[in-house]
Design a binder for this molecule. Structure first.
Ligand SMILES: Nc1ncnc2c1ncn2[C@@H]1O[C@H](COP(=O)(O)OP(=O)(O)OP(=O)(O)O)[C@@H](O)[C@H]1O
Ligand SMILES: [Mg+2]
Length: 247
């Protein structure tokens, strides 16, 4: 039975998609069967992994237009495509009973066939994100160690409490980790230390450094292990994968 992990932060541009792609690719490389699901209307995960023409996406499947379609990317790694139409999900399903459980239902039949399902959440706490939280076992929260980084974390943690009570008692925070880390920036170092002190046990040891290759890889539709296996980005995401596997 697969474990469902959601990469989430309502703050934009903190590394949710980069982390979903590269943790997924890293898990697949060590033999885990991984399904990625692109839940963002921006569909950056889909494009960034080189899937340019997906006829069937998660939105159509959520609406029941067709069955869930996973496109195979390589051995052990498959992707359910995102769609700009996801931005209309809340409007279409907003007053339906059980609207928070549509993704859970959709994923149920594939859970036997994979070890991990990774959800790339949009930078908002709307119905799509609630659907992700309603079916996930663990949330992973990337943070940029900068001023106000804690705000994004506080908003997610507040929502987690409510979701645990109402939708998904199984939900836990798997971990918070810092991305785009630059050790030359003192402010970032301070923020990281502060958060570690405030949330002991929640902040992962792995820190993802700022790395040019991580920004380049999606333009070629590749994960970091394929694009630049010797880069700092590959080293860091490999460490994150190892840490996630122990949690
Ligand atoms: N460690 C890193 N080093 C350098 N560039 C990075 C790193 N992590 C992410 N980026 C780049 O920063 C940008 C934002 O990253 P990403 O798309 O993963 O964030 P996101 O949280 O998914 O954003 P959104 O909220 O818009 O979905 C992208 O251009 C990505 O390539
Ligand atoms: Mg994203």
């Amino acid at each position: 039975m697969s474990k469902i992990l959601a990469f989430t932060n309502q703050k934009g541009g903190v590394g949710k998609t980069t982390s979903t792609a590269n943790v997924g690719a890293g898990l697949a490389r060590v033999g885990q069967r991984v399904l990625l699901v692109d839940l963002d209307p921006q569909a950056n995960l889909t494009k960034g992994l080189g899937l340019l023409e997906a006829e069937q996406n998660v939105y159509g499947a959520l609406l029941g237009e067709y069955r869930l379609k996973a496109y195979s990317l390589r051995e052990n790694l498959a992707l359910v495509a995102g769609s700009p139409a996801l931005s209309g999900f809340e409007k279409v399903k907003g007053d339906e009973l059980d609207r928070e459980f549509l993704l859970k239902e959709l994923l149920e039949p594939v859970r036997e066939r994979c070890d991990y399902i990774l959800l790339d959440c949009p930078p908002a706490l709307g119905l799509v994100t609630l659907n992700a939280y309603a079916c996930a076992q663990a949330l992973y929260i990337p943070l940029e160690a900068q001023l106000y980084a804690a705000d994004g974390l506080a908003k997610v943690l507040e929502l987690v409490g409510r979701v645990q009570r109402r939708l998904n008692p199984e939900l836990a925070v798997g971990g918070v980790f810092f991305t785009r880390h630059d050790k030359r920036k003192v402010l970032r170092r301070d923020t990281a230390e502060q958060l570690r002190a405030q949330h002991p046990g929640l902040v992962l040891d792995t820190v993802i450094r700022e790395s040019i290759a991580l920004g380049e890889a999606p333009h070629l539709g590749q994960d970091i292990f394929t694009y630049a296996p010797q880069s700092a980005g590959a080293t860091d995401y490999q460490a994150l994968v190892a840490e996630i596997l122990t949690r």
